[in-house]
Design a protein around this ligand. Structure first.
Ligand SMILES: *Cc1c(COP(=O)(O)O)cnc(C)c1O
Length: 390
């Protein structure tokens, strides 16, 4: 098999049979002619299957070492489609430091349909055993988590789930199949907010699901078609266009993020840096074992919460914006933005407090990024000093 860099660069470029187009065409059609009664080209109606989307779906299934891929209109649409696999009375065990939108979907919507969830540190086998109930049917893992970058040993925990007979679902948004392939480590389902690194340019909203095994793949196809939160042909094309450069982008993201994390580690205004590429990170060894590199986002804490507002005001090259994984650097404030829907006591338990900032490091030149951050920190510090003297 070709190396992953080659497979990424070649997505869609060898499959268009009519013209030989190197970039796979956008088939903007919802209906497809039947050659004869009882015959089909393989495409009937675009919600069920659509040519441009299918190239993307086959590509992600192959990249993640799964059996089937499903493209959805957003990461949340993908999660909703997966959660619809469960039934009233089913229970899920879920990573504690969870993407805020996933928490909201479980607590505000799935709970009304009788699907309940318990939140634990998914790297703690005792905690998993403690949370396990006779009606537990699924395990939902993020690794690294966002924003605190907690790491779960996927092989260990997916083996535990398999023994219990429960479906393991891994949100692989932060690492992408270029760096980590959960199905190879024992997961049953992988989900992506492809809006982030896979798309990579802050310009397309999309979600992807990959399933392993015949039964799960067939069930997911029924759910995907029945729910209908599918990705359109234009966005499918745009996503593939982004994925072609994933390998190059991830390498630069990691390089830049590592350099900035080390810069912040030495900085007098910073108390903590949460990045698994640092040897001081508690998940460093597991991360090294199960993935071939690190993501481009990390979080850090300033020593004084009053620095947050002026830092966000003084960054210029780095944008104060939500989202992550694009070529442009973005910084956000999880406590009031991405994680506002998570109750204060859970947020404080895991450490998402008012001193925490999250940085999605882009692919700009490292010198410009460090200069921008350094200036913002100095300016924020000067404002605070000025305020305390007056
Ligand atoms: C953004 C994100 C989601 C949700 O995806 P959308 O594309 O915004 O709907 C889910 N999980 C993680 C880890 C994310 O970062």
């Amino acid at each position: 098999m070709l190396k992953i860099e080659s497979r990424l660069a070649q997505i869609g470029s060898i499959e268009e049979p009519v013209t030989g187009a190197v970039s796979f065409p956008i088939y903007q059609s919802t209906a497809f002619r039947h050659p004869k009664l009882g015959q089909s080209t393989g495409f009937d109606y675009a919600r069920t299957k659509s040519p441009t989307r299918k190239v993307l779906e086959d590509a992600i299934a192959q990249l993640e070492s799964g059996d089937a891929g499903f493209a959805c209109s957003s990461g949340m649409a993908a999660l909703q489609t997966i959660f619809a696999y469960f039934s009233q009375g089913d229970h899920l065990i879920v990573s504690l430091d969870l993407y805020g939108g996933t928490y909201r979907l479980l607590e505000r919507i799935m709970s009304r349909f009788g699907v309940t969830a318990t939140y634990v540190d998914t790297n703690d086998l005792d905690a998993l055993e403690g949370a396990y109930q006779s009606n537990t049917k699924g395990l939902v893992i993020e690794t690294p988590t966002n924003p605190l970058m907690m790491i779960t040993d996927l092989e260990l925990v997916c083996t535990w789930a398999r023994k219990k007979g429960i479906v393991s679902i891994v949100d692989n948004t932060l690492l992408t199949p270029y760096l980590q392939r959960p199905i190879e480590l024992g997961a049953d389902i992988v989900i992506h907010s492809a809006t982030k690194y896979l798309g990579g340019h802050n310009d397309v909203l999309a979600g992807l699901i990959v399933t392993k095994g015949k039964e799960l793949s067939e069930q997911m196809a029924i759910l995907h078609n029945s729910i209908g939160a599918v990705l359109g042909p234009q966005d499918s094309w745009l996503l593939m266009r982004g994925m072609k450069t994933l390998a190059l982008r991830m390498e630069r993201h990691e390089q830049n993020a590592t350099a900035i994390a080390n810069f912040l580690l030495q900085h007098k205004l910073i108390s903590d840096v949460y990045y698994p590429a640092l040897e001081s990170h508690p998940g460093y060894a597991i991360q090294n074992k199960q993935s071939s590199g690190n993501t481009g986002i990390f979080s850090f804490k300033v020593k004084d919460a009053r620095l947050v507002e002026p830092i966000l005001r003084h960054i210029e090259l780095i944008a104060f914006a939500e989202s992550l994984g694009g070529v442009e650097s973005l910084m956000t404030y999880p406590a009031v933005q991405t994680h506002a829907d998570i109750p204060l006591e859970i947020r404080e338990q895991i450490g998402v407090d008012d001193r925490l900032l999250r940085f999605s490091v882009g692919i700009e030149h490292i010198d410009d990024l460090i200069a921008d951050l350094s200036n913002a920190l100095d300016a924020a510090h000067a404002e605070l000093e000025g305020a305390s003297q007056s």
